[in-house]
Design a protein around this ligand. Sequence first.
Ligand code: 5AD
Ligand code: SF4
Ligand code: FES
Length: 361
Amino acid sequence: MDRSFEDILLAQDFGKEEIKVLLAAEGPRMKELLRRAREVKFRYLDNYVHLRGLIEYGNVCEKNCLYCGLRSGNGKVERYLLSDEDVLSCARLAHELGYGSVALQSGERSDPAFVDHIAQLVREIKKIDGGSLGITLSLGEQSEETYRSWFEAGAHRYLLRIESSSEELYYKIHPKNDKHSFRKRVECLEMLKSIGYQTGTGVMVGLPFQTLDQLADDLLFFKRMDVAMVGLGPYIPHPDTPLYRFRDQVPPADARMDMTLKMIAVLRLMMPEINMVAATANQTVDPQGREKAIAAGANVIMPNLTPGEYRESYFIYPDKACVKDRPDQCKSCLDIRLAAIGHQILYNEWGDSLAFTKKTR
Ligand code: 5AD
Ligand code: SF4
Ligand code: FES
């Protein structure tokens, strides 16, 4: 016999059809789902939020993803690369603010100079206060050797979104060539895991052509891959990208927000101990988007530390939050916003994924 909505909520071992029932919840049912997810999060992870100071290292990208403003085909972007001194002063600032971890992100590059440079930067960041900062990298698809060299340099977490776990949808939002291979991306995730990274992935929610069925499969993909971290957020149409042409097929902002929250909530029930990011893109579709994501089950926020003059060039999607705010302003802003929803920031800790640390203990 089919389980009732209430029974599904209490179960946590969902089949695909049940996931779809949860993702389709609206009104009081949706509220009940989010409430349940928060309760489960509090039970496993308490009311802590971990911060990763985000350093947007550079916006040069070899890829040409059809949705992203940094794609190589977009001639309108002024390309930059931070100096070593800029990166290190961001990292020192993260440490001073008590963030505990930094995340180094950039467009995808695989030339040897870049690869070596990252290893060097990771080693330098590790020297700050005797290795007190945790380091997450988000630098795209790389060779096993490269991933290994960065791990040996001291990085211990890696984020590589699958963007969509549906191969069919993947090829609708990426050019069809060797540079954008779905299989390669999955292989990269496997490599990262086997090297020993806390590995994270994620998807965009509200893409044109995306179905409820595919979103349910995304959650099952995270579970099957047994990842330690997930970052998922709403897709935001960017006018200087090819996918913009299909913007009339993108659900309205409030629907993308709601679906993102339901995805987070259902995943929190399925994987109670993973780290989940409240993506900055949430803030673009809803002024309270990040807090809502935290309240629905996320437990990580990535406040931006990129020096002011470069922020507007890291133009992945329009209307990014906090582009004009200073790091110390974001810090007190987050303290207040999170306290208002019964959460607190855990300062001066790496904030590793419990799902991961339990496995490796
Ligand atoms: N809207 C929302 N997220 C986007 N990303 C890229 N382009 C967009 C967009 N238009 C996300 C992708 C990528 C990360 C760097 O930014 O998921 O992994
Ligand atoms: Fe490059 Fe990443 Fe943007 Fe794709 S999503 S174009 S890989 S920065
Ligand atoms: Fe940046 Fe609120 S978090 S201003």
